[in-house]
Design a protein around this ligand. Structure first.
Ligand code: ADP
Ligand code: MG
Length: 247
């Protein structure tokens, strides 16, 4: 179980202290599927970085399976079974896709298993197995390879930051299917930061983060209709304004 207790993250931007995250608390039970959503700049990626240990909170605690991991390094957290797929993944020059998947898995992966992970993210596996994860791959390809890498790992907690970004519709459908498979895994908890309704549909729980605070949270069936309603209202208002502007 992952537990965030009163987590805050404050930075000094030169002109004074800025609260990026303010007193965020929530838990993710083992095997549960949490979707975090909310406007850009709200603090979602920062939250993911704090859980992974890329940044340290300025207040609060992060507990994982009963262990206080607040001051542990990224490596120590990875060893405990926490993994993170970046919103903008890094590239690994000199490393082939196949090697990267095997490294993630922790042992040499047979070709057919590598292929199956790549297929899950909508990549035609044979074209990619021996490619290097370098500048020759497009942003969407690197992103999907990173997602496959996280899926190949045996994790207790997997965090995906906007997996849909830069991914075409067909691959996205594959991805949604793959995430659906993850929901059936009773051991792995999944946190996905996403704006996509089809991903939110898979959630047990949805948390909305805006301006560094939890704005709302609850079971998917409660939160999703409200979110979609808000979106419709915004569009209606915009439509009315445009109509008025043209009148
Ligand atoms: N280390 C930092 N120093 C200064 N500002 C930061 C830092 N980390 C994040 N921010 C700012 O905090 C806000 C939230 O960022 P982020 O977590 O990436 O939002 P989201 O993922 O919800 O779009 C942004 O305005 C971003 O510029
Ligand atoms: Mg982000």
């Amino acid at each position: 179980m992952l537990e965030l207790k009163n987590v805050s993250f404050r930075v000094d931007d030169g002109g004074g202290k800025v609260e990026i995250l303010d007193d965020v608390s929530f838990t993710v039970e083992n095997g549960r599927f949490l979707v975090i959503t909310g406007p850009n700049g709200g603090g979602k990626s920062t939250l993911a970085r704090l859980i992974m240990g890329i940044e340290q909170p300025t207040a609060g605690q992060i507990i994982y399976n009963g262990v206080d991991i607040t001051s542990l390094s990224i490596t120590e957290r990875a060893r405990l079974g926490i993994g993170y797929a970046f919103q903008h993944p890094p590239r690994f020059k000199g490393l082939t896709v196949r090697r990267l998947l095997s490294l993630a898995h922790g042992s040499e992966l047979p070709e057919d298993e590598c292929c199956s992970y790549l297929t899950r993210v909508g990549l035609c596996s044979m074209d990619y197995l021996n490619r290097e994860v370098d500048g020759s791959l497009s942003g969407g390809e690197v992103k999907r390879i990173e997602i496959a890498t996280l899926m190949a790992r045996k994790l207790g907690l997997a965090i995906y930051d906007e997996p849909e970004a830069g991914i075409d519709l067909w691959s996205f459908s594959m991805l949604v299917q793959s995430f659906k498979m993850l929901t059936k895994d009773a051991d792995e908890s999944v946190v996905i930061i996403s704006h996509q309704e089809r991903i939110m549909q898979l959630a047990d729980e949805i948390i909305v983060i805006a301006d560094g605070k939890i704005r709302s949270r609850g079971p998917k069936d409660e939160i999703l209709p409200t979110l979609l309603g808000e979106f419709d209202r915004k569009c209606d208002l915009r439509g009315e304004k445009e109509a008025a502007d043209h009148a």
